[in-house]
Design a binder for this molecule. Structure first.
Ligand code: BGC
Length: 251
């Protein structure tokens, strides 16, 4: 099994990529980041990703990518925090055509989950294990005995008067200038809601705010163990690369 794979994480604000050692779950190159074009369509996001491919001399080789949408058979099916043109767009096929190489596309949170499954906190967890990424939106990855149930979108769960994305994201914390205590309590409500619905054995917090875990850990009281992601900010890139590696390994 080849150990080197390019992983690209397409996000609402930045498009990041690096060459990943898929056996060890570490970056083998610089982590390159470009701002996501304003109102990025799939094609404009892919064009930006192509700059990373060029920077890292990865032309013509397989690529794993993640993006903030439901992805079914390579087609993006939702667009909560991205341009509506992503809905129903064959991103995986178009990306492959534009770069002239095989591309595997996953939901970004599912990708982060795959990285944590191989190298981090989701490894060897029996039963249900849920990873939530708390950034602009909420992404989720769900594993049952180590098998990914893709596209779970637990940020869309109703909570209070709205949805979880507008209640427990880092965006909400910043926009409303919430104290760690107030935000931690909101997060706790959300995690308890997940617990009632799915009885996970472990919940993993991913996204930039997982680095600040010590500031809100004390407000969380679920029965399930809650931990910050081990791979921190690189989980999306590493997991995107793992997605392609898994596809190649199955062939
Ligand atoms: C999207 C998810 C995505 C999450 C994190 C949400 O708005 O609906 O698909 O995983 O943001 O980027």
């Amino acid at each position: 099994m080849a150990a080197k794979m390019l992983g690209i994480d397409i996000g609402g604000t930045g498009i990041k990529g690096a060459i990943v050692d898929t056996k060890k779950g570490v970056l083998l190159s610089d982590r390159i980041k470009y701002p996501t074009p304003k109102n990025a369509t799939p094609k404009s996001a892919i064009k930006t990703a192509m700059k990373i491919i060029k920077d890292l001399d990865w032309e013509g080789k397989p690529i794993g990518a993640g993006c903030p949408a439901v992805v079914r058979q390579g087609v993006t099916k939702s667009a909560t925090n991205i341009h509506k043109s992503w809905i129903g767009f064959p991103v995986e096929k178009t990306f492959a055509e534009m770069v002239g190489a095989d591309v595997s596309l996953h939901n970004d949170a599912d990708a982060a989950g795959l990285a944590e499954l191989s190298f981090g906190e989701a490894k060897d967890i029996p039963g249900v294990c849920i990873l939530v990424t708390l950034g602009t939106g909420i992404g989720s990855a769900t594993f049952i005995d180590g098998v990914l149930v893709p596209n779970t979108e637990f940020g869309m769960l109703k909570i209070g008067d709205g949805i979880a994305e507008d209640y427990a994201t880092n965006r909400v914390r910043e926009e409303l200038d919430m104290s760690w205590k107030d935000w931690g309590n909101n997060l706790n409500d959300y995690l308890n809601h997940l617990e009632v619905l799915f009885s996970p054995n472990k919940i993993i917090i991913s996204g930039g705010v997982c680095k600040k875990f010590a500031k809100y850990e004390q407000y969380l009281n679920t029965d399930a163990e809650v931990v910050p992601a081990k791979l921190l900010n690189n989980a999306g890139i590493i997991g995107a690369a793992m997605g392609m590696q898994r596809r190649l390994d199955k062939k």
